[in-house]
Ligand binder design. Sequence first.
Ligand code: PLP
Ligand SMILES: N[C@@H](CCOP(=O)(O)O)C(=O)O
Length: 462
Amino acid sequence: MQYISTRGAAPALTFEQAMLTGLARDGGLYVPETVPTMNEGEIAALAGLPYEEIAFRVMRPFIGETFTDDEFKALIAKAYAGFGHDARAPLKQLGPNHFLLELFHGPTLAFKDFAMQLIGQLFQASLSRSGDRVTIVGATSGDTGSAAIEAFRGLKNVDVFILFPHGRVSEVQRRQMTTPADANVHALAVDGDFDTCQGLLKDMFNDFDFRDRVRLAGVNSINWARVLAQVVYYFSAATSLGAPHRAVDFTVPTGNFGDIFAGYIAKTMGLPIGKLVVATNQNDILHRCLTTGVYQTESVLPSISPSMDIQVSSNFERVLFDAYGRDGRAVAQLMDELKGTGKFTVSQGALQSLQDTFESGRVSEEGTSASIKRTLAHSAELLCPHSAVGVAVAENHLGANPMVTLATAHPAKFPAAVEEATGIHPALPPRMGDLFDRPERVTRMPGDLKALEALILERTGA
Ligand SMILES: Cc1ncc(COP(=O)(O)O)c(C=O)c1O
Ligand SMILES: N[C@@H](CCOP(=O)(O)O)C(=O)O
């Protein structure tokens, strides 16, 4: 199993190399050279299995020789042992044909834990074998950062630097990143928005001297291993609703396009997914692009679903690669255009291919609040604002197949928006009850590459 870059000009890598590398050296993202498929019998056999066993069967063909079966099984078991629900990703029924996939029972209460807890294990196993040390730098709009810190805190061969937009994450998210006392954790509050943070991260990857000196690794969804771990819950949800004997639709609250791209991979592997619906908040660049073919950045509007306040949606590049017939040069040209002008237009053929796979919808701020309120009244389910965006869009795309909406975070991560909509203040789980009493440790930084690189070099001693 080899991984190739979406820009076609970086060396092909193994799973382990792609996982430790993050961004390809040509600026592209790694994808499998060929996506392995599962036949109907193999998919049917997943129904009713424990989540960890489904994870093993779905991910095994992607990892090549990196781990033996026994090693991989043990790492998966450790990754999900700390989840607060036996099913790991339970389904709740919202309506006759509408289900909610709760992805917030991990240690930091967001779907990011599914991938981050696993790659924490995979990194540790790989680094302790090689004796190498890496510097992880992550960009976050709130959830990736806390999940990464939780997964890598205290590890002796890893430093973790998390760039988050100053003043643009919820207080719970900020405290999850700034209160861990471990010396290898560095929370950096950057002046700018999430796109500034993600842009700086990509610039660090493209600064080869710096990259090689600190042995830079990435745990954003630019890392293929992140996407892979997220493919699993599409299989667990769909098979418990009758797949492969019937098709299942999914609606996914979307920002960086990683989570829905995982659904696209599940579909490519053979899982009968009918509709794949992209749900955006008022930062609706993906919805506009899927509707008109024009991908045009605007300034980010802070919203009550802040984790999706994103304009430059990293993983969209992966799906464009397929829509352009895996032509890396065409993708590189689009990405250069985006960097230069803030815009590109998708060709007619590529747009048709995207529209054949994805539907989309956008929800306003009022619509998000109303969705939280309505869902509580009809189904007694308290949604976080991101999940509420998903539910609102899904309601406009219900059809004959069961519809699954991904609930991506726990409502207690966004108490202000939930209380405003419902009058209920969602409580944090008891194990996080002292979050507001713990001392914070954070460094305020300008959105400046050289300043950030200097700080990372100084703190790692590289
Ligand atoms: C709570 C939450 N929901 C949805 C999303 C969107 O996921 P993705 O970036 O994979 O599209 C994010 C982060 O991006 C998130 O943190
Ligand atoms: N919403 C995310 C943004 C980064 O997404 P990623 O999936 O690429 O790590 C966040 O919470 O940080």
